[in-house]
Ligand binder design. Structure first.
Ligand code: GLP
Length: 264
């Protein structure tokens, strides 16, 4: 795992967008795993700008989102399909047929989950997986006790998750109770993963996820087992990290980060 600390949320989101752009330029057929949530909105804003100003090309890229609420139609304004259309898909040259989200209204949800895994495998697995983190430490909707070998499946949402998403639905009792989510095992198989967290509200959970003991109670701790995971945070989300001096030195000196340092 490596941790990159940027001075503010915009800088952190821009760095994540730059990592995505670098991977996409190196491999236009990139299979990109996408995430939703407030934090990701700035990443998508930067990607849209890079598409418009620098011609960043998504035409051959395929995307798989982490999760979708059970029971919501794609056109429902609360669905993650709608979120993705609004924040990214309709602003760049992604072919909508190359974009994938689980169908929360599938008549057979288990078959839908199996089909989602099969589709990821058919395209050779996820090349780069973008991740946010919930305040309870979930990635995707992998709620407490999610098995580290779990695959795409239906999960019942935890009380804290319902609370955190209540504002989007106009009340906690309106938040769907279940979601389809990629499993922790699915996420761990991505060739590279990038987790973005910003703001003081994420400081505690970031320290736990990065430096705490690995536990199924907090699915983000599984990322310590990921072959190549980069955690990007702003100063506010970094302030509980014990090893931040070391993390800063890596970004400041390692050749891998040179082109990103130049953007400062
Ligand atoms: C939801 C999503 C997660 C996301 C989390 C945090 O629970 N399923 O994938 O990481 O929200 O969102 P935010 O960025 O709004 O804090």
């Amino acid at each position: 795992m490596e941790v990159i600390i940027r001075s503010d949320a915009e800088g952190a989101a821009t760095l994540v967008a730059r990592i995505i752009a670098q991977e996409l330029r190196a491999n236009p057929h990139l299979v990109l795993g996408l995430a939703t949530g407030r934090t990701m909105e700035s990443v998508y804003r930067v990607l849209v700008r890079m598409h418009r100003k620098e011609g960043l090309d998504f035409s051959l890229c395929r995307t798989f989102n982490l999760d979708e609420y059970v029971g919501l139609a794609p056109e429902d304004p609360h669905s993650y399909r709608h979120y993705m259309n609004e924040h990214l898909f309709r602003h760049v040259n992604l072919d909508v047929r190359n974009t994938h989200l689980p169908n929360g209204r599938a008549p057979d949800l288990d078959a839908e989950c199996r089909g989602y895994e099969a589709a990821i495998a058919r395209f050779g697995g996820i090349g780069l997986q973008l991740l946010g983190i919930g305040q309870a430490g979930h990635i995707g909707f992998n709620e407490p006790l999610s098995a580290f070998r779990s695959r795409t499946r239906v999960k019942t949402l935890a009380p804290l998750t319902l609370q955190q998403n209540a504002e989007f639905f106009g009340g906690e009792d309106r938040v769907p109770r279940r979601a389809i989510t990629m499993g922790v095992g699915t996420i761990l198989e991505s060739r590279r993963s990038v987790l973005l967290a910003t703001g003081a509200g994420k400081a505690e959970i970031i320290a736990t996820a990065v430096e705490g003991p690995i536990t199924a109670m907090i699915s983000a701790t599984a990322l310590q087992l990921h072959a190549r995971c980069t955690v990007v945070v702003d100063e506010s989300a970094a302030h509980r990290l014990a090893g931040s001096e070391y993390y800063r030195r890596i970004f400041a000196t390692e050749p891998e980060w040179e082109e990103f340092r130049r953007l400062d």
